[in-house]
Write a protein that binds this ligand. Structure first.
Ligand SMILES: Cc1cc2nc3c(=O)[nH]c(=O)nc-3n(C[C@H](O)[C@H](O)[C@H](O)COP(=O)(O)OP(=O)(O)OC[C@H]3O[C@@H](n4cnc5c(N)ncnc54)[C@H](O)[C@@H]3O)c2cc1C
Length: 388
C-alpha cells in the first residue's frame, strides 16, 4: 500500500471548516462551560447542524457519506481547541452510532441513525463495569430472555459511560451476559436500551479531573425490560463487536490526542512570542525553542500515526496493530506536550483561564480511556505473535 498522508482537497476543506468553527465558536465559550461543569448543548447543536455527527455514515442514514479519515480530521481540529466537545463527538459517533451501523438490522439503522447523525440525539456505549474495565470480558451485567413477554430483563451496572445522561441522550448500547457456552464461558451480547426505560437509572455526572464539559455517568439496571428485538447483531457476539468498535475508536482517540498535542504547540508558540522575561520574549531562548520544536515533532509523528491507521481502515486492510500504536503514541505525546506547554506558560499555565491548563487536565485520560496504554502494549505484543 502506498501511503500519502496529505489531505485531499475535500478533506482539507473539512479541516479548514472545523478549524474555523473551533476558533470562532468553541474557543470563546468553552472555558465557561468547563468551569461550570456544564454540557455545552448550544455548541453540540451547531456541530450537529454542520453534519459532524454524521461524517462517516452513508447519506441514506442521514450521514455525510465520508469516512473515518474525515472523522479523525474533525476530531483533531476540535481537540486543538477543546477536548470536551471532541470527546462528545468521538463517543457519539464511534461508541453511540457506529455499533448500530455495523451490527444493527436495517430497521434498527433506519430508526436510530438519522437522529444520531443529525446530532439531535446522542448514543452511548456501556461496556465498562465497576469490576470489569480492561478485562471487559468479566462483564457481570446480565440479560435474561423472558419468552412469555418477548423481552430481555437486564440487571447490573456500568461505570464511566460518556454521553449517557444528557438531555438529548436517547440510547445506550450495553453489553450483558445472556447465557453460557458449553465450556462455561459467558455469552456476551449487545442490547440497545432506550433512555427513560423503567428501571434504567442514570446517576449524576462524576466530578472529573478533566473533560469537564463532557457527560460521564454511572448507570444501573434493575429489572429493565426491553424488546428481544433490541439485541444488536447475533446473540453471543458482543465481545467480538466491542473489540471491533474499540479498534476503530482508538484511531479516533489518536486523532483527538494529536489535536491536543498540536493545540499545546499553538498556544506555546503564541505565548513564547508575547511573554517577556529578562528584557526579551521567552521564545528567544533556545531552551524554550527546543521544547516547542520537540512538541511539534511529536504532534507531527502522532498525526502520521493516526492517519496511517485510518487509511488502512478505509482501504479495508488490517489496522489493529497500527490503531494500537497510534493510540499509544499519540496519548503519550499529548501528556508530554501538555506538561511542556504548561511549563512554558509558567504560573499562568496553572490558571484555568489559559487553554493549556485545560489541556493539561484533559490529557491524562487519553492514556486510560478506550484501552489503557498497557492494553495497547498488550495488543501490539499479541499482533507481533508473542505468547498470550
Ligand atoms: C472519562 C471517562 C470516560 C469513559 N467513557 C467510557 C464509555 O463511554 N464507555 C465505556 O464502556 N467505558 C468508558 N470509560 C472506561 C474506560 O474505558 C476504562 O476506565 C478503561 O478501559 C480502564 O478500565 P479500568 O478503569 O477498570 O481500569 P483497570 O482495568 O482496573 O486497570 C487499572 C490499571 O491496571 C492496568 N492493567 C490491567 N490489566 C493489566 C494487565 N493485564 N497487564 C498490565 N496492566 C494491566 C491498567 O492498564 C491500568 O493501569 C471511560 C473512562 C473515563 C475515565
Amino acid at each position: 500500500m502506498s501511503l500519502d498522508h496529505r489531505l485531499t482537497a475535500e478533506h482539507e476543506e473539512l479541516r479548514r471548516t472545523v478549524e474555523e468553527f473551533a476558533h470562532d465558536v468553541i474557543a470563546p465559550k468553552i472555558g465557561d462551560f468547563y468551569e461550570r461543569h456544564e454540557f455545552p448543548y448550544e455548541i453540540v447543536r451547531e456541530m450537529g447542524r454542520m453534519g459532524l455527527f454524521g461524517l462517516p455514515f452513508p447519506e441514506e442514514y442521514g450521514g455525510m457519506g465520508g469516512d473515518y479519515l474525515a472523522l479523525g480530521i474533525a476530531l483533531e481540529e476540535l481537540a486543538r481547541v477543546d477536548s470536551s466537545v471532541a470527546i462528545t463527538l468521538e463517543a457519539g459517533v464511534s461508541l453511540g452510532a457506529m455499533p448500530v451501523y455495523h451490527f444493527g438490522t436495517e430497521e434498527q439503522k433506519q430508526h436510530w441513525l438519522p437522529k444520531l447523525c443529525s446530532g439531535e440525539a446522542l448514543g452511548a456505549f456501556g461496556l465498562t463495569e465497576p469490576d470489569a474495565g480492561s478485562d471487559a470480558g468479566g462483564t457481570r451485567t446480565t440479560a435474561v430472555r423472558d419468552e412469555a413477554t418477548g423481552e430481555w430483563v437486564i440487571n447490573g451496572s456500568k461505570c464511566f459511560i460518556t454521553n449517557s445522561g444528557t438531555d438529548i441522550t436517547e440510547l445506550v448500547t450495553v453489553t450483558a451476559v445472556t447465557g453460557h457456552k458449553e465450556n462455561g464461558a459467558p455469552l456476551i451480547s449487545s442490547i440497545i436500551v432506550p433512555s427513560g426505560t423503567p428501571g434504567f437509572t442514570v446517576a449524576a455526572p462524576y466530578s472529573k479531573v478533566g473533560w469537564n464539559a463532557s457527560d460521564t455517568r454511572e448507570l444501573s439496571f434493575s429489572d429493565v425490560r426491553v424488546p428481544l428485538a433490541n439485541l444488536l447483531g447475533e446473540e453471543g457476539r458482543g465481545y467480538a463487536q466491542f473489540l471491533r468498535i474499540l479498534d476503530e475508536g482508538r484511531i479516533a482517540i489518536a486523532a483527538l490526542s494529536t489535536g491536543l498535542a498540536q493545540g499545546c504547540v499553538d498556544e506555546s508558540v503564541k505565548y513564547a512570542k508575547e511573554r517577556q522575561a529578562f528584557g526579551r520574549p521567552i521564545g528567544a531562548n533556545q531552551a524554550i525553542q527546543f521544547k516547542i520544536a520537540d512538541m511539534e515533532m511529536r504532534a507531527h509523528m502522532a498525526r502520521i500515526g493516526w492517519r496511517d491507521a485510518a487509511s488502512r481502515l478505509v482501504a479495508g486492510e488490517p489496522f489493529k496493530k497500527e490503531a494500537a500504536i497510534a493510540k499509544l503514541y499519540s496519548s503519550t505525546v499529548a501528556v508530554d506536550n501538555a506538561r511542556e506547554a504548561t511549563q512554558i506558560h509558567g504560573g499562568y499555565g496553572f490558571m484555568n483561564e489559559y487553554p493549556v491548563a485545560r489541556m493539561w487536565r484533559d490529557s491524562k485520560i487519553l492514556e486510560i480511556g478506550e484501552g489503557t496504554s498497557e492494553v495497547q502494549r498488550m495488543l501490539i505484543a499479541r499482533e507481533l505473535g508473542l505468547p498470550a
